[in-house]
Design a protein around this ligand. Structure first.
Ligand code: NAD
Ligand code: DAU
Length: 351
């Protein structure tokens, strides 16, 4: 069966890299980017591939089951790779209901439409749910998240992602909907919306603005280059076992303050500033409520069973990322000014 894959959230940070990889690597696949274009959706992320004959964009909210059904019928959808979500922990603390709607109800809508549309041929399809390591909660000094770590989400964001993971698994068990789930660590790289740590701090360093480190900067995250995450999704989509979960991570733990200092050092070098200039911008601010202390992924299962491992070191990936932001200041300027939100009207109306 010729593959016709809905990728939800394809205009976002990770989704855009997944859409690019699948559109270019698999010209025989039809790729349908389903995205509501919230503040985090930016079609300028996909300018280089938007005219590819196998790529289609549908401005659809996953909260609208009727519109999802229309997309399934229009493209005879065979598979789903589901990334659309509200993804920012700080926003989830301010507006938890947005996360419950999109991440839980939106995922359930997509499951219902897929289950109904594929009911005669269920075994031939795959529902791939992209999730996060945050569902496991927080770690002590030395342990790691494995695929069997009990769920213990601490933020409205991670609770909503945990709930969506449970619904996917429940549809697999109850209705035999074929599924696979990956739980990934913190991504970084090109096209990252500049409200998350690394792109925010790159933008602030460029503009000599303060770098707001939460608490004492002691929280630890495991960082993975976004293109390596897209490669992992490609691997699991094609080779992952049905009803399995795979953890995806960079084997790359950094305490926030150490990471910020490395970023400052690299930015000083690249901007030709006196060493120590950017570190002077560090400003300690009030901590995030319920701030998980440490995440660290044990990604040995995906490595052992499917052969995936990260392809770039953190130093290489961070350097590539900074170069991308320095060379794409127009992208950054469009995002920070809000201009990117007009791109859809300019590009897609009257087509
Ligand atoms: P993002 O916030 O950059 O992008 C989310 C995309 O989803 C946007 O294009 C947005 O317009 C779209 N969207 C939001 N609500 C929608 C709705 N109701 N209907 C249709 N589209 C909607 O997110 P991201 O960082 O690229 O994360 C993508 C996925 O990966 C999420 O499911 C997230 O939980 C997961 N994840 C992210 C990370 C990370 O470090 N960023 C790590 C692990 C897992
Ligand atoms: O672990 C995977 C998760 O990583 C994903 O599921 C989320 O979608 C993604 O946003 C990310 O969540 P985090 O909360 O870890 O990412 P964020 O970039 O918001 O913060 C990274 C760390 O930096 C965290 O410990 C909070 C801290 N931080 C963040 C910001 C934005 C600061 O100290 N200052 C800041 O201004």
């Amino acid at each position: 069966m010729k593959k016709s894959i809905v990728i939800t959230g394809g205009a976002g940070f990770i989704g855009s890299h997944v859409v690019r990889l699948f559109t270019t690597k698999y010209p025989d696949y039809t790729i349908i980017n389903v995205d509501a274009l919230t503040y985090a959706g930016n079609l300028e992320n996909l300018i280089d591939i938007e005219k590819s004959p196998n790529y289609f964009f549908e401005k659809v909210n996953i909260l609208d089951p009727g519109a999802l059904k229309t997309v399934f019928e229009k493209y005879s959808v065979t598979d789903v790779i589901h990334l659309a979500a509200e993804s920012h922990v700080d926003r989830s603390i301010l507006s938890p209901m947005d996360f419950i709607y999109t991440n839980v109800v939106g995922t359930a809508n997509l499951l219902n439409v897929a289950k109904e549309f594929w009911k005669e041929t269920l075994a031939e399809h795959r529902f791939y749910h992209v999730s996060t390591d945050e569902v496991y909660g927080t770690l002590g000094d030395t342990d790691l998240f494995t695929e069997t770590t009990p769920y213990s989400p601490n933020s409205p964001y991670s609770a909503s992602k945990a709930a969506s993971d449970h619904f996917v698994r429940a549809y697999g068990e109850t209705y035999h909907l074929p599924f696979v789930i990956t739980n990934c660590s913190n991504n970084y790289g090109p096209n990252h919306f500049p409200e998350k740590l690394i792109p925010l701090f790159i933008n602030n360093i460029i503009n000599n603005k303060p770098l707001p480190v939460y608490g004492k900067g002691n929280n630890t995250r495991d960082w993975l280059f976004v293109i390596d995450h897209a490669r992992a999704i490609d691997t699991v989509f094609h080779h992952g076992a049905d009803k399995e979960t795979y953890n995806v991570g960079g084997f790359n733990e950094w305490k926030n303050l150490d990471l910020v200092k490395l970023l400052c050092k690299l930015m000083d070098e690249k901007l030709g500033r006196t060493p120590g200039t950017s570190e002077g911008l560090i400003a300690y601010v009030k901590d995030r409520p319920g701030h998980d202390l440490r995440y660290a992924i044990d990604a040995t299962k995906i490595n052992r069973e499917l052969g995936w491992k990260p392809s770039v070191t953190f130093e290489e990936g961070l350097s590539l990322t900074i170069d991308w932001y320095l060379q794409n200041q127009q992208w950054l300027q469009h995002v920070t000014s809000g201009n990117y939100q007009h791109y859809y009207e300019t590009q897609y109306t009257n087509r």
